[in-house]
Design a protein around this ligand. Sequence first.
Ligand code: URA
Length: 243
Amino acid sequence: MQLLKYLQSQGLGSRKQCQWLIDNDCVEINSALQNNAKSNIEPDDVKTLLIDGEPVTVVPMPYFYILLNKPTDYETSHKPQQYPSVFSLFPDHMRNIEMQAVGRLDADTTGVLLITNDGQFNHRVTSPKHKVAKRYRVTLKHPAGESLCETLKNGVLLHDGNETVRAADAVLENPTTLLMTITEGKYHQVKRMVAAAGNRVGKLHRDRFGSLDTQNLNAGEWKFLSTDEISKNFQQNNTYFGF
Ligand code: URA
């Protein structure tokens, strides 16, 4: 990829702005000054990128996969209404790069949220057809017994729906902590299922998406996942998907 295009792909500005950076000796890749807009850059080989002496987060190209431990009071939206956007947690230049969340978490839900620019991967992982498991740690408002798990696993009728929605798994860790796994991603699904089963969600944390957990990231922290990590974690029936 030509240097000029590469800088644009990193969200570093328009064609004109990136050309200016190159012409003014502001671009260093792997400690070497880059002053030719037509130089060939292998994205995988870029280890460090400095703009005007300042290190910039290098975004893997052409596709990247981010694991964010979503904090509470952030919206999974590019156009948030009430709270800041989860995308505001990334460095400035990354906000110029097109990226989408893989499904949504409510503003008050915390935990594993994937973000990518790979539309095909996003579509496959969120399609109910692929039954990707999402596990939630639910803090219940009222102490519950085994019957809550049975109700959720047998299926509940959501108020505005005419189909029964089942939990793929539901286990009580203690009377007010439920571990619940679902394979669809309907609007407010966990909260609505728990309400339909006669209880209420106090707090909601997604601790697993596929087989990915928060990988010891604190709330608000994120990391890039390699394509290998993505393949490994979204393997189903011995077939990889997403690539
Ligand atoms: N179910 C919900 O109710 N909220 C979420 O954020 C995710 C699943």
